[in-house]
Design a protein around this ligand. Structure first.
Ligand SMILES: NC(=O)C1=CN([C@@H]2O[C@H](COP(=O)(O)OP(=O)(O)OC[C@H]3O[C@@H](n4cnc5c(N)ncnc54)[C@H](OP(=O)(O)O)[C@@H]3O)[C@@H](O)[C@H]2O)C=CC1
Ligand SMILES: O=C(O)[C@@H]1CCC=N1
Length: 281
């Protein structure tokens, strides 16, 4: 048994709000064989979804958040921010001091989670959807009451989804929400736009998709493996008086850098709005 397996041996994990992200996390944990399926509890308000999770993943699924939370050592809260207050209401006083609470909810501060759940040991994580294929990145922090053994368990769970980065200061989780949490949405928009542009030129949709996907994948791997600065890699493509220079001129003229910066900032500001909704209703 690997070290990451043994730190979670015999542990039980519950997911409250079993939608897209919860399913990704459950799949990652099962894939890496960190926890047995019968030691994973998932709750969802719709019976059909609970049955689907049970049939597909072999986990114990029910429609009761309380039942799921009470069954586990580690409770992962995966509902949308707008549903969080209702879930706090249900779980306050139910989670005991020996349990660990992990929240992946955007904008939900660990202090407000601790206060509303009346529970001190809280981990706050911002994962992202590439976790579904083990290539996610999760940024996390925790309250001082989370002990070393629990921190090791959190690392093991997050490592099953890809990479993990711990920050002492919570503001980095909100900042990461705007970069890595929402980031896949920006990338997929660029991907979609490039595919449409290729179709506009005359490529079939299938060829356009392959050309764009491989170009994005190859460029990311090249940047990662070469360790060169993106500007240097861009210069390698950009021939004097060539085609790339022409395209880059239009992108700069259209304000690509500014618009990306504004978009990231808007996402970051939204975390504060979500926090207000969670705190004040
Ligand atoms: N999607 C992403 O890329 C990321 C999301 N997050 C965070 O993860 C959380 C979940 O997001 P995501 O998985 O995308 O959302 P989903 O909507 O897919 O999942 C949330 C699930 O909770 C269910 N639900 C609604 N009300 C309750 C309730 N009272 N009790 C229990 N379950 C309930 C929803 O059911 P129904 O559909 O029927 O309403 C839904 O299936 C959010 O807080 C988000 O901020 C964090 C990082 C990345
Ligand atoms: O869009 C959202 O609010 C969530 C949080 C980060 C990614 N998706």
């Amino acid at each position: 048994m690997s070290e990451s397996n043994s730190v979670l041996e015999g542990k039980k994990l519950a997911f409250v709000g079993s939608g897209v992200m919860a399913e990704s996390m459950i799949s990652g944990v099962l894939e890496k064989k960190l926890i047995l399926p019968q030691h994973i509890f998932a709750s969802h308000p719709r019976t059909k979804r609970a049955e689907e999770l049970q049939a597909q993943l072999g986990v114990c699924a029910s429609t009761s958040n309380r039942e799921a939370a009470q069954a586990a050592d580690i409770v992962v809260i995966c509902v949308k921010p707008q549903r969080l207050r209702a879930v706090f209401h249900e779980l306050a006083g139910v989670v005991t001091s020996s349990q660990l609470v992990i929240s992946i909810v955007a904008g939900a501060n660990s202090s407000s989670i601790a206060q509303q759940l009346r529970h001190a040991a809280v981990v706050r994580v911002m994962p992202n959807t590439p976790a579904q294929i083990g290539h996610g990145i999760s940024v996390w922090t925790c309250t001082p009451e989370v002990n070393e053994e629990q921190r090791v368990q959190v690392r093991a769970i997050l490592s099953a989804l890809g990479k993990e980065l711990f920050f002492e200061e919570e503001k980095f989780v909100d900042m990461a929400t705007a970069i890595s949490g929402s980031g896949p949405a920006y990338v997929f928009l660029v991907m979609e736009a490039l595919i449409d542009a290729a179709v506009h030129l005359g490529f079939s949709r299938q060829d356009a998709r392959e050309l764009v996907t491989e170009t994005l994948l190859g460029s990311v791997l090249f940047a990662q493996e070469s360790h060169r600065h993106p500007a240097e890699l861009r210069n390698m493509v950009t021939s004097p008086a060539g085609t790339s220079a022409e395209a880059l001129y239009q992108l700069e003229k259209g304000g690509l850098r500014t618009i990306l910066s504004k978009a990231v900032h808007a996402a970051y500001q939204k975390t504060a709005t979500l926090s207000d909704i969670i705190n004040k209703g």
